[in-house]
Design a protein around this ligand. Structure first.
Ligand code: F6P
Length: 343
Protein backbone atom coordinates (compact mmCIF):
# COMPACT_ATOMS: atom_id res chain seq x y z
CA UNK A 1 0.00 0.00 0.00
CA UNK A 2 0.99 3.62 -0.37
CA UNK A 3 0.13 5.38 2.88
CA UNK A 4 0.07 9.08 3.79
CA UNK A 5 0.83 10.34 7.29
CA UNK A 6 -0.01 13.72 8.72
CA UNK A 7 0.35 15.51 12.05
CA UNK A 8 -2.24 18.16 12.81
CA UNK A 9 -3.12 20.54 15.68
CA UNK A 10 -0.65 21.56 18.38
CA UNK A 11 2.64 19.67 18.25
CA UNK A 12 3.51 17.26 21.03
CA UNK A 13 6.57 15.15 21.95
CA UNK A 14 6.20 11.68 20.44
CA UNK A 15 4.77 12.59 17.03
CA UNK A 16 7.99 11.63 15.29
CA UNK A 17 8.10 8.31 17.14
CA UNK A 18 4.67 7.45 15.68
CA UNK A 19 5.86 8.36 12.18
CA UNK A 20 8.99 6.24 12.60
CA UNK A 21 7.30 3.09 13.90
CA UNK A 22 4.45 3.20 11.36
CA UNK A 23 6.92 3.61 8.49
CA UNK A 24 9.32 0.93 9.72
CA UNK A 25 6.51 -1.55 10.41
CA UNK A 26 4.96 -0.91 6.99
CA UNK A 27 8.24 -1.27 5.10
CA UNK A 28 9.45 -4.32 7.05
CA UNK A 29 6.17 -6.22 7.36
CA UNK A 30 4.18 -5.25 4.24
CA UNK A 31 6.58 -3.57 1.78
CA UNK A 32 4.43 -0.42 2.03
CA UNK A 33 5.44 2.98 0.68
CA UNK A 34 4.94 6.18 2.66
CA UNK A 35 4.47 9.87 2.13
CA UNK A 36 4.26 12.59 4.78
CA UNK A 37 1.84 15.48 4.19
CA UNK A 38 3.33 18.80 5.24
CA UNK A 39 1.48 21.07 7.65
CA UNK A 40 -1.39 18.78 8.66
CA UNK A 41 -4.57 18.61 6.57
CA UNK A 42 -3.26 21.49 4.44
CA UNK A 43 -0.63 19.20 2.93
CA UNK A 44 -3.26 16.61 2.05
CA UNK A 45 -5.63 19.18 0.56
CA UNK A 46 -2.88 20.86 -1.48
CA UNK A 47 -0.97 17.70 -2.40
CA UNK A 48 2.10 19.02 -0.55
CA UNK A 49 4.03 16.00 0.68
CA UNK A 50 7.41 14.32 0.92
CA UNK A 51 8.29 10.69 0.29
CA UNK A 52 9.29 8.93 3.53
CA UNK A 53 11.94 6.25 3.29
CA UNK A 54 13.50 4.13 6.00
CA UNK A 55 16.43 6.57 6.13
CA UNK A 56 14.09 9.52 6.62
CA UNK A 57 12.75 8.13 9.90
CA UNK A 58 16.06 6.94 11.32
CA UNK A 59 16.59 8.00 14.95
CA UNK A 60 13.26 9.83 15.12
CA UNK A 61 11.87 8.17 18.29
CA UNK A 62 13.84 10.53 20.48
CA UNK A 63 13.20 13.75 18.56
CA UNK A 64 10.52 16.23 19.74
CA UNK A 65 8.21 18.24 17.45
CA UNK A 66 7.17 16.84 14.07
CA UNK A 67 9.31 16.48 10.95
CA UNK A 68 6.15 17.02 8.87
CA UNK A 69 5.14 20.31 10.45
CA UNK A 70 1.63 20.92 11.69
CA UNK A 71 -1.24 23.37 11.38
CA UNK A 72 -4.78 23.83 12.60
CA UNK A 73 -6.15 23.62 9.04
CA UNK A 74 -9.66 22.15 8.94
CA UNK A 75 -10.11 19.39 6.31
CA UNK A 76 -13.57 20.67 5.35
CA UNK A 77 -13.32 24.44 5.79
CA UNK A 78 -9.94 25.01 4.12
CA UNK A 79 -10.19 26.03 0.44
CA UNK A 80 -9.91 22.83 -1.62
CA UNK A 81 -11.04 20.71 1.32
CA UNK A 82 -13.97 18.32 1.65
CA UNK A 83 -14.23 14.60 0.91
CA UNK A 84 -14.61 14.75 -2.89
CA UNK A 85 -11.53 16.91 -3.41
CA UNK A 86 -9.50 14.98 -0.85
CA UNK A 87 -10.48 11.69 -2.52
CA UNK A 88 -9.36 13.15 -5.85
CA UNK A 89 -6.00 14.21 -4.39
CA UNK A 90 -5.42 10.75 -2.94
CA UNK A 91 -6.22 9.17 -6.30
CA UNK A 92 -4.01 11.62 -8.19
CA UNK A 93 -1.03 10.77 -6.01
CA UNK A 94 -1.76 7.05 -5.75
CA UNK A 95 -2.28 7.12 -1.99
CA UNK A 96 -4.41 4.30 -0.57
CA UNK A 97 -4.88 5.39 3.05
CA UNK A 98 -4.19 8.17 5.53
CA UNK A 99 -2.97 8.02 9.13
CA UNK A 100 -4.00 11.25 10.91
CA UNK A 101 -2.12 11.93 14.14
CA UNK A 102 -3.75 14.59 16.28
CA UNK A 103 -6.00 15.66 19.11
CA UNK A 104 -9.70 16.25 19.40
CA UNK A 105 -10.06 18.58 16.40
CA UNK A 106 -7.94 16.43 14.10
CA UNK A 107 -9.70 13.23 15.07
CA UNK A 108 -13.11 14.87 14.61
CA UNK A 109 -12.04 15.76 11.07
CA UNK A 110 -10.78 12.21 10.50
CA UNK A 111 -14.02 10.73 11.75
CA UNK A 112 -16.10 12.89 9.43
CA UNK A 113 -13.88 12.08 6.47
CA UNK A 114 -14.09 8.34 7.24
CA UNK A 115 -17.89 8.62 7.35
CA UNK A 116 -17.68 10.33 3.96
CA UNK A 117 -15.71 7.45 2.48
CA UNK A 118 -12.08 8.53 2.92
CA UNK A 119 -9.79 5.67 4.06
CA UNK A 120 -8.41 7.25 7.24
CA UNK A 121 -7.41 5.98 10.70
CA UNK A 122 -6.36 8.04 13.72
CA UNK A 123 -3.65 8.23 16.33
CA UNK A 124 -4.51 10.25 19.45
CA UNK A 125 -2.02 12.82 20.71
CA UNK A 126 -2.18 15.65 23.21
CA UNK A 127 -0.21 16.83 26.20
CA UNK A 128 -3.58 17.68 27.81
CA UNK A 129 -4.62 13.99 28.13
CA UNK A 130 -8.22 15.08 27.57
CA UNK A 131 -9.25 12.45 25.01
CA UNK A 132 -11.76 9.81 25.91
CA UNK A 133 -11.26 6.32 24.57
CA UNK A 134 -7.62 6.12 25.61
CA UNK A 135 -6.22 6.01 29.14
CA UNK A 136 -3.22 8.13 28.16
CA UNK A 137 -1.91 10.03 25.18
CA UNK A 138 1.79 10.44 24.45
CA UNK A 139 3.13 13.91 25.20
CA UNK A 140 1.40 13.99 28.56
CA UNK A 141 4.19 12.22 30.43
CA UNK A 142 6.77 14.55 28.88
CA UNK A 143 4.74 17.61 29.86
CA UNK A 144 4.45 16.29 33.43
CA UNK A 145 8.16 15.66 33.60
CA UNK A 146 8.99 19.19 32.37
CA UNK A 147 6.44 20.85 34.66
CA UNK A 148 7.56 18.85 37.69
CA UNK A 149 11.18 19.78 37.10
CA UNK A 150 10.19 23.44 36.78
CA UNK A 151 8.24 23.31 40.05
CA UNK A 152 11.12 21.65 41.88
CA UNK A 153 13.16 24.68 40.80
CA UNK A 154 10.46 27.11 41.88
CA UNK A 155 10.45 25.50 45.29
CA UNK A 156 14.14 26.08 45.99
CA UNK A 157 14.01 29.74 45.04
CA UNK A 158 10.65 30.16 46.80
CA UNK A 159 11.94 28.61 50.03
CA UNK A 160 15.05 30.84 49.93
CA UNK A 161 12.91 34.01 49.89
CA UNK A 162 10.01 32.62 51.91
CA UNK A 163 7.72 33.62 49.05
CA UNK A 164 4.58 32.02 47.66
CA UNK A 165 5.18 30.64 44.18
CA UNK A 166 2.44 30.21 41.58
CA UNK A 167 2.99 27.94 38.56
CA UNK A 168 0.54 28.15 35.66
CA UNK A 169 0.43 25.06 33.47
CA UNK A 170 -1.38 24.17 30.23
CA UNK A 171 -4.19 21.65 29.77
CA UNK A 172 -6.98 23.63 28.10
CA UNK A 173 -10.29 22.79 29.80
CA UNK A 174 -9.06 19.88 31.91
CA UNK A 175 -6.70 19.71 34.87
CA UNK A 176 -4.63 16.59 34.20
CA UNK A 177 -1.31 18.37 33.77
CA UNK A 178 -1.90 20.47 36.89
CA UNK A 179 -3.04 17.50 38.95
CA UNK A 180 -0.15 15.21 38.04
CA UNK A 181 2.68 17.75 38.03
CA UNK A 182 1.29 19.37 41.19
CA UNK A 183 1.14 16.04 43.00
CA UNK A 184 4.61 15.11 41.78
CA UNK A 185 6.05 18.40 43.02
CA UNK A 186 4.19 18.28 46.36
CA UNK A 187 2.15 21.42 45.64
CA UNK A 188 0.21 22.96 48.51
CA UNK A 189 -2.79 23.71 46.28
CA UNK A 190 -3.80 22.62 42.79
CA UNK A 191 -6.45 24.60 40.91
CA UNK A 192 -8.15 22.91 37.96
CA UNK A 193 -11.06 23.77 35.64
CA UNK A 194 -13.18 20.88 36.94
CA UNK A 195 -13.23 22.23 40.52
CA UNK A 196 -14.56 25.67 41.44
CA UNK A 197 -12.46 26.83 44.41
CA UNK A 198 -12.83 30.30 45.94
CA UNK A 199 -9.83 32.61 46.02
CA UNK A 200 -10.41 32.90 49.79
CA UNK A 201 -9.76 29.16 50.09
CA UNK A 202 -6.59 29.46 48.01
CA UNK A 203 -5.35 32.29 50.26
CA UNK A 204 -6.15 30.24 53.35
CA UNK A 205 -4.05 27.33 52.05
CA UNK A 206 -1.20 29.71 51.24
CA UNK A 207 -1.34 31.29 54.71
CA UNK A 208 -1.39 27.92 56.46
CA UNK A 209 1.77 26.86 54.63
CA UNK A 210 3.51 30.21 55.01
CA UNK A 211 2.75 30.40 58.73
CA UNK A 212 4.58 27.15 59.36
CA UNK A 213 7.68 28.55 57.70
CA UNK A 214 7.29 26.99 54.25
CA UNK A 215 7.06 28.53 50.80
CA UNK A 216 3.58 27.78 49.38
CA UNK A 217 3.55 26.32 45.87
CA UNK A 218 0.23 26.86 44.09
CA UNK A 219 -0.28 25.09 40.75
CA UNK A 220 -2.99 26.53 38.54
CA UNK A 221 -4.28 25.08 35.28
CA UNK A 222 -4.74 27.65 32.49
CA UNK A 223 -8.46 26.81 32.30
CA UNK A 224 -9.20 27.30 36.01
CA UNK A 225 -12.10 29.63 36.82
CA UNK A 226 -12.42 30.58 40.50
CA UNK A 227 -15.73 30.11 42.28
CA UNK A 228 -17.77 33.29 41.96
CA UNK A 229 -16.37 34.22 38.54
CA UNK A 230 -17.96 33.37 35.19
CA UNK A 231 -15.21 33.18 32.64
CA UNK A 232 -11.48 32.95 32.07
CA UNK A 233 -9.80 35.81 33.95
CA UNK A 234 -7.28 36.86 31.34
CA UNK A 235 -9.62 37.76 28.46
CA UNK A 236 -7.06 36.98 25.77
CA UNK A 237 -9.59 36.71 22.95
CA UNK A 238 -9.99 33.83 20.56
CA UNK A 239 -7.89 31.55 18.39
CA UNK A 240 -8.48 31.54 14.61
CA UNK A 241 -10.78 28.55 15.04
CA UNK A 242 -12.96 30.43 17.56
CA UNK A 243 -11.70 28.68 20.71
CA UNK A 244 -10.86 30.95 23.66
CA UNK A 245 -7.13 31.70 24.02
CA UNK A 246 -6.20 30.59 27.51
CA UNK A 247 -3.41 31.72 29.79
CA UNK A 248 -3.05 34.49 32.33
CA UNK A 249 -4.87 33.05 35.35
CA UNK A 250 -1.54 32.54 37.17
CA UNK A 251 -0.89 36.30 37.18
CA UNK A 252 -4.36 36.92 38.56
CA UNK A 253 -4.02 34.31 41.33
CA UNK A 254 -0.59 35.72 42.21
CA UNK A 255 -1.96 39.23 42.53
CA UNK A 256 -4.89 38.04 44.65
CA UNK A 257 -2.69 36.09 47.08
CA UNK A 258 -0.28 38.99 47.53
CA UNK A 259 -3.06 41.59 47.92
CA UNK A 260 -5.18 39.54 50.31
CA UNK A 261 -2.49 37.90 52.49
CA UNK A 262 0.51 40.22 52.23
CA UNK A 263 2.72 37.23 51.34
CA UNK A 264 5.21 38.16 48.66
CA UNK A 265 4.19 36.07 45.64
CA UNK A 266 5.65 35.36 42.19
CA UNK A 267 4.07 33.81 39.09
CA UNK A 268 5.69 31.57 36.49
CA UNK A 269 3.75 30.62 33.36
CA UNK A 270 5.35 27.52 31.89
CA UNK A 271 3.68 27.88 28.47
CA UNK A 272 5.03 26.08 25.43
CA UNK A 273 8.10 24.82 27.26
CA UNK A 274 5.76 22.01 28.35
CA UNK A 275 5.38 20.89 24.73
CA UNK A 276 8.95 21.31 23.61
CA UNK A 277 12.02 19.08 23.58
CA UNK A 278 12.44 15.35 23.42
CA UNK A 279 9.84 12.83 24.63
CA UNK A 280 10.35 10.82 27.81
CA UNK A 281 11.00 7.08 27.56
CA UNK A 282 7.37 6.40 28.44
CA UNK A 283 6.10 8.63 25.64
CA UNK A 284 8.52 7.13 23.11
CA UNK A 285 7.22 3.65 23.91
CA UNK A 286 3.54 4.68 23.82
CA UNK A 287 3.98 6.61 20.57
CA UNK A 288 5.90 3.72 19.00
CA UNK A 289 3.15 1.26 19.97
CA UNK A 290 0.48 3.61 18.59
CA UNK A 291 2.33 3.89 15.27
CA UNK A 292 2.54 0.11 14.92
CA UNK A 293 -1.15 -0.23 15.75
CA UNK A 294 -2.18 2.49 13.30
CA UNK A 295 -0.39 0.68 10.51
CA UNK A 296 -2.20 -2.54 11.44
CA UNK A 297 -5.51 -0.64 11.40
CA UNK A 298 -4.77 0.50 7.84
CA UNK A 299 -4.19 -3.08 6.71
CA UNK A 300 -7.39 -4.13 8.48
CA UNK A 301 -9.17 -1.26 6.67
CA UNK A 302 -10.54 -0.15 10.05
CA UNK A 303 -11.41 3.31 8.75
CA UNK A 304 -12.77 5.68 11.37
CA UNK A 305 -10.90 3.95 14.19
CA UNK A 306 -7.84 4.88 16.21
CA UNK A 307 -5.12 3.28 18.31
CA UNK A 308 -5.70 3.61 22.06
CA UNK A 309 -4.17 2.57 25.37
CA UNK A 310 -6.55 0.63 27.60
CA UNK A 311 -4.75 -0.45 30.76
CA UNK A 312 -1.46 -1.73 29.37
CA UNK A 313 -2.90 -3.01 26.08
CA UNK A 314 -3.00 -1.21 22.76
CA UNK A 315 -6.57 -1.40 21.53
CA UNK A 316 -8.77 -0.34 18.61
CA UNK A 317 -11.32 2.34 19.46
CA UNK A 318 -14.00 3.89 17.28
CA UNK A 319 -13.30 7.61 16.78
CA UNK A 320 -16.89 8.38 17.77
CA UNK A 321 -16.20 6.94 21.22
CA UNK A 322 -13.02 8.98 21.62
CA UNK A 323 -14.84 12.19 20.71
CA UNK A 324 -17.78 11.80 23.06
CA UNK A 325 -16.88 14.75 25.31
CA UNK A 326 -13.67 15.60 27.14
CA UNK A 327 -11.98 13.26 29.60
CA UNK A 328 -11.95 15.44 32.70
CA UNK A 329 -10.40 14.85 36.13
CA UNK A 330 -12.88 12.83 38.25
CA UNK A 331 -13.86 14.44 41.60
CA UNK A 332 -12.31 11.55 43.55
CA UNK A 333 -8.92 12.14 41.96
CA UNK A 334 -9.12 15.78 43.07
CA UNK A 335 -10.31 14.84 46.56
CA UNK A 336 -7.32 12.52 46.89
CA UNK A 337 -4.88 15.32 45.99
CA UNK A 338 -6.70 17.81 48.22
CA UNK A 339 -5.91 15.73 51.33
CA UNK A 340 -2.39 17.14 51.16
CA UNK A 341 -3.24 20.81 50.44
CA UNK A 342 -2.54 23.66 52.86
CA UNK A 343 -1.75 22.51 56.37
O1 F6P B 1 -3.69 21.32 23.39
C1 F6P B 1 -2.35 21.52 23.70
C2 F6P B 1 -2.11 22.93 24.15
O2 F6P B 1 -0.74 23.08 24.46
C3 F6P B 1 -2.99 23.39 25.29
O3 F6P B 1 -2.56 22.91 26.55
C4 F6P B 1 -2.91 24.89 25.13
O4 F6P B 1 -4.03 25.56 25.66
C5 F6P B 1 -2.88 25.05 23.63
O5 F6P B 1 -2.41 23.84 23.10
C6 F6P B 1 -1.99 26.18 23.15
O6 F6P B 1 -2.15 26.28 21.78
P1 F6P B 1 -1.15 27.11 20.85
O7 F6P B 1 0.09 26.29 20.67
O8 F6P B 1 -1.91 27.26 19.59
O9 F6P B 1 -0.85 28.39 21.55
Amino acid sequence: MRIGLLTSGGDCPGLNAVIRSAVLHGIKSFSDEFVGFRGGWRGLIEGDYIELSRQDVRGLARVGGTILGTSRTHPYNHPGGGPEKIAAQLKRHGIDAVIAIGGEGTLAGARRLAEDGIPVVGVPKTIDNDLRGTDYTFGFDTAISIATDAMDRLRTTGESHHRAMVAEVMGRHVGWIALHSGMAAGAHAILIPEQRITIDQVCEWAEQVHSRGRSPLIVVAEGFIPEGYDAAMAGKGQEDDGRPRLGGIGEWVTHQIEARTGIETRNTTLGHIQRGGNPTGYDRVLATRFGIKALDLVHEEAWGHMAALLGTEIATVNLAEALDGLKSVPPERYAEAQILFGR
